[in-house]
Design a protein around this ligand. Structure first.
Ligand SMILES: [Zn+2]
Ligand SMILES: [Zn+2]
Length: 315
């Protein structure tokens, strides 16, 4: 009898909750981490059926999330532009040396404004010092406000690039110590070895980056603070020229398929698992989806779309 009554109350509670007209979906995600392997071609990442240069993503990560086989940078295919697209949801031709902040406020600023959290709740971590541009905007109403913490290059703007090993170690330290909720991490080495025209190192550094990304992925899945409530995106800022086009894998920056087509993997408590999708998606969809998961307002001018296919259908 008691059991029956409790059941009835529970049913009533659910019915009332529904009739409230509250359509706000509560996601399990409380943290989002976006990791970027700078500048590998799709043909050497997921597009290579042996996945020899990204073994962890293929063998240890893919089964836990969603892999995209039709993902693109549809804006300028340079590092600062690619990262700006991920951070602002808007494609912008922006100086590639780190002299300018993006035109639009970043997702980090929207997050800090919406939550009122301390600056350390959002973090930009990068091997390339110039990516500290992602910590602010030129937009007057937002300039110098709600700025995330950053750990970029040797010691911030104009101090030079550092190794991915240092970035990896620093990322883990920051995650353990400051427990930020929204983080972007850039690993530069595949791009740097590409520009150095060293194909062997370009490939081997890809494998190394795959390992760093996997170790952070595993940390997130085990750590008591992050596990079960953290979404991870792994992508690239751009690809590189196709073989036979200009100088091939050495450079990037145009409209060729090699520069446009990139890799993307998404994992999280609200996402499906073990899926490979050919849904056409692009860089600017990542911040839109991130804002939705974190339940924060985002730039109305951002053109990206919500990556609906990722979500587990709620009954
Ligand atoms: Zn790049
Ligand atoms: Zn190209």
């Amino acid at each position: 009898m008691i059991k029956y009554t409790l059941g009835a109350f529970f049913t009533l509670y659910i019915a009332l909750a529904w009739s409230n007209g509250d359509t706000q979906t509560k996601y399990k995600t409380e943290n989002v981490i976006i990791m970027i392997m700078d500048g590998p071609r799709y043909s050497e990442t997921w597009g290579d059926s042996t996945h020899q240069h990204i073994p962890h993503m293929a063998n240890d990560m893919a089964e836990h999330g969603v892999v995209y086989t039709n993902f693109r940078n549809n804006g300028p295919t340079y590092t600062c532009s690619g990262h700006t697209a991920i951070a602002t949801g808007v494609y912008q031709r922006i100086d590639n040396t780190g002299k300018k902040y993006p035109k639009n406020p970043t997702i980090f600023q929207y997050f800090l404004k919406a939550t009122g959290k301390s600056r350390k709740a959002a973090y930009v971590i990068a091997s390339k010092d110039k990516l500290a541009i992602l910590t602010d905007t030129k937009k007057r109403k937002w300039r110098e406000q709600y700025r995330p913490y950053s750990d970029c290059g040797v010691n911030g703007f104009r101090t030079g690039y550092r190794s991915d090993l240092e970035t990896y170690k620093s990322s883990l330290e920051i995650l353990k110590k400051d427990k930020p909720n929204l983080v972007l991490i850039n690993f530069r080495q595949p791009d740097s070895w590409g520009h150095a025209a060293n194909y062997e190192r370009y490939l081997s550094s890809m494998k190394k980056t795959d390992e760093y990304i996997y170790k952070i992925f595993e940390f997130i899945r085990i750590d008591p603070y992050y596990r079960g409530k953290t979404t991870i995106f792994v992508t690239n800022d751009h690809g590189r020229h196709l073989d036979g086009h200009k100088d091939g894998f050495v450079s990037h920056g145009d409209n060729c398929e090699g520069c446009r087509k990139i890799n993307c993997f998404a994992y999280g408590p609200d996402f499906k698992k073990g899926i490979i999708t050919d849904e056409a998606r692009e860089l600017i969809d990542i911040p839109i989806t991130t804002a939705k998961l974190l339940n924060i307002e985002f730039n109305k001018k951002a053109k990206g779309q919500l990556m609906t296919e990722l979500f587990v259908e709620t009954k």
